[in-house]
Write a protein that binds this ligand. Structure first.
Ligand code: GDP
Ligand code: MG
Length: 406
């Protein structure tokens, strides 16, 4: 693999074209410079989300949920806060995604004024204020964010508790009840002079339900394109939609990796008239597998969380390779058995994406092989991730009380 060809997940369509242009202008060297440049730019893109609200409102729980963290690696929850500091947490595999766990102002002897003075609200991309009910302290934070020109969203946590207590009533309609809660929250914010502010209902036990999907959309709308890609990749697989969103981001990064592969030292694949960089393909698969939650560590965690064996989670999945070792040997086998080897014609290939690439790189070069291979394998991983999610959900709903994250 050429230096700098680390799988980067946040390339966009513009980057693909820029790289091709650089290759046309300056050959391999030009391409290498363009890649280095892009990677440098991307490494400077961060997502910084401030999570605020009173002690006990559910800030740390929300951060752990968004980062998909387990107890030992996560922000401690469910204790009386004593800290007056902001604690940062970064995503384990996307270290440019950060959440900042703010101290609750209702902590005894909390120096609110001094804290407000020294906190630089402009450093964050946006704020999430977690509430059970809107307080004067929340108001203070919202104002500070507004003043700093930062968007913020209000999240009403622990909706499952309301659902549980209301469910016993004679007349119960969940939608009506949720609408009432939303309205109550909104009107208390309005009364406090916040104007019309949307309140997102959320429960850590059900990320598919209530307003969590909407909250995600609202956060995305505050971010730049690259930040948006990073953020979507960083989220747990909460629904098929969330897996599809990851797929879209990964597809674009594949386009770039294919261009990059065109500039790498290629290795002929025995028995086939193909050449490609097997190590580059392998490292891309590993990164994508992790993002899709199909690596060993993610499966182990999910299995503990939903109380099902990994075999049960893998049930009905068709592509066994996804769960195995991924090195150049395995990629070679996949390549040999794949349709890529059998049917690689320029006419077919130039139909999708950017036709000019066909004339730049010709066929059957590393570019086409890498692109086809990674695209096919991504589809198989996406399919697998959806089945694993379904299996996990089936497991979670069979467990009394459900399981965190599902
Ligand atoms: N039932 C339920 N409990 C929650 C939820 N979110 C947080 N909690 C609980 O509320 C308590 C306080 O949460 P924590 O995240 O520590 O609040 P923080 O002080 O704002 O960081 C903990 O016991 C959490 O388990 C939720 O969505 N549903
Ligand atoms: Mg906390």
């Amino acid at each position: 693999m050429m230096a700098g060809a680390v799988p980067n997940l946040c390339y966009n369509r513009r980057d693909v074209l820029d790289m091709v242009a650089a290759y046309r202008r300056g050959g391999m060297q030009g391409l290498q410079l363009a890649i280095d440049d892009k990677n440098k730019q991307l490494s400077n893109v961060h997502v910084r989300i401030a999570v605020m609200g009173e002690s006990g409102s559910g800030k740390s729980t929300l951060i752990n949920t968004l980062l998909d963290l387990d107890d030992e690696e996560a922000a401690p929850t469910g204790f009386k806060e004593t800290t007056t500091k902001i604690t940062p947490y970064s995503h384990p595999s996307l270290p440019n995604v950060h959440y900042y766990d703010f101290p609750g102002f209702n902590t005894p002897n909390f120096p609110v004024e001094a804290f407000m003075k020294k906190t630089k609200f402009a450093e964050y991309d946006l704020g999430i204020i977690v509430i059970e009910r809107w307080t004067a302290n929340d108001q203070l934070l919202a104002k500070a964010l507004k003043k700093a020109g930062k968007p913020f969203h209000v999240v009403r946590s622990k909706i499952d508790q309301i659902v549980t207590s209301e469910r016993g009533k004679k007349v119960y309609n969940e939608d009506v009840m949720l609408q009432r809660v939303r309205k109550n929250c909104c009107s208390s914010l309005e009364k406090a002079g916040m104007g019309k502010t949307r309140v997102f209902l959320y429960s850590k036990y059900n990320l598919k339900a209530y307003d969590f999907p909407e909250l995600k959309k609202a956060v995305v709308s505050d971010l730049s394109d690259t930040q948006k890609q990073l953020f979507l990749l960083s989220l747990p697989n909460t629904s098929e939609d969330s897996i599809n969103e990851k797929r879209e981001v990964l597809r674009v990064s594949i386009e770039c990796m294919a261009v990059i592969s065109a500039a790498t030292a290629v290795i002929p694949v025995p028995g086939l008239s193909l050449a490609c960089d097997l190590v580059l393909i392998a490292s891309n698969i590993l990164v994508m597998r992790k993002i899709l939650g199909l690596d060993d560590g993610s499966l182990r965690k999910l299995s503990q969380r939903v109380g099902k064996s990994q075999d049960d989670l893998r049930r009905d999945t068709e592509h066994a390779w996804v769960f195995g070792e991924i090195k150049r040997e395995q990629v070679m086998l996949l390549l040999q058995r794949s349709k890529v080897a059998a049917a690689l014609t320029v006419a077919e290939l130039v139909l999708d994406f950017v036709p000019i690439l066909g004339s730049v790189f010709g066929e059957p070069t590393s570019y086409w092989v890498t692109r086809r291979m990674l695209t096919n394998l991504l589809e198989e991983m996406v399919e697998t991730a959806k089945i694993v999610l379904r299996n996990a959900e089936a497991a979670a709903s069979a467990t009394p009380g459900g399981a965190a994250g599902y």
